[in-house]
Design a protein. Structure first.
Length: 251
């Protein structure tokens, strides 16, 4: 599919989530996956701010990237941390051994095989609610057109997150963000259950959860919760469609 068609399809897919009670994690996982398919990057991840203002990992194109994203939070440094704090994009930053911008994060990113990073703020009308990380396994730059398109996708996702802001009070919006962050716990538990029962890795376990939710028009979090409570067994999950990953990360 031509890139222009992929961008249009992605915008439509993201817009389809502009409904009541949409699944934030599924939305941002879609955003991450489509960025890898559309731009010259190998992995993508999204962090959101909790109601208390602290960044937390929410989604990625490759589930094993969670370790690297969590390291950013633990070290309190990295592209997402800076992008969220300053509300400004980080474009075409090369990662190398003597990089002193992020002395703790950069060695970890290099160990995962990444050599350049870009980060787009999830920002609307002066409010930054998170950041979109884009990683490359080789040094290189995103074109100006790619930067504009990537920020555009991030903006659409931000609008989806804040769509009810004018109709809902701050408490209800914070509850929605809190529920998204709490959903990560349920999903991680479900991944572990699937992995243990089917002898697969965490990436494959997440793919099965997501395939089942989409095939049956169910929320990703609801499928995970059904597994945790025992209402659904790992063997009942639909198998995902075959796909190839552009980068294999360490676990």
């Amino acid at each position: 599919m031509p890139r222009e068609s992929r961008v249009i399809a992605t915008l439509v897919e993201l817009a389809d989530n502009l409904v009541d009670n949409f699944d934030i994690i599924d939305l941002l996982t879609t955003l991450s996956a489509r960025c890898v398919e559309t731009f010259d990057v190998d992995a993508a991840g999204v962090m959101l701010a909790s109601p208390g203002g602290e960044l937390q990992y929410v989604a990625s194109s490759i589930e094993s990237m969670r370790i690297l994203e969590l390291f950013q939070l633990q070290a309190n440094e990295g592209p997402c941390v800076d992008c969220f704090r300053d509300g400004k994009a980080i474009i075409n930053h090369a990662l190398h051994a003597n990089d002193d911008r992020w002395p703790l994060f950069t060695p970890q990113a290099l160990a995962f095989g990444f050599h350049s990073v870009h980060c787009m703020p999830l920002r609307l009308r002066g409010r930054t609610v998170g950041a979109l990380n884009l990683f490359r396994t080789e040094e290189g730059v995103l074109s100006d057109e790619d930067v504009i398109l990537a920020q555009g996708l991030a903006d659409v996702a931000t609008i989806a997150l804040l769509q009810h802001q004018t109709a809902l009070d701050a408490r209800m919006l914070n509850d929605q963000l809190s529920n998204a962050l709490n959903s990560r716990i349920i999903i991680e538990q479900a991944k572990g259950i699937v992995g243990q029962a089917t002898n697969c890795n965490m990436d494959e376990a997440f793919d099965r959860l997501r395939a089942h939710s989409r095939n049956h028009n169910l929320r990703l979090t609801d499928v995970a919760r059904s597994l945790v409570t025992g209402e659904l067994s790992p063997e009942e999950l639909d198998a995902p469609r075959p796909h190839s990953s552009r980068v294999e990360t360490k676990r």
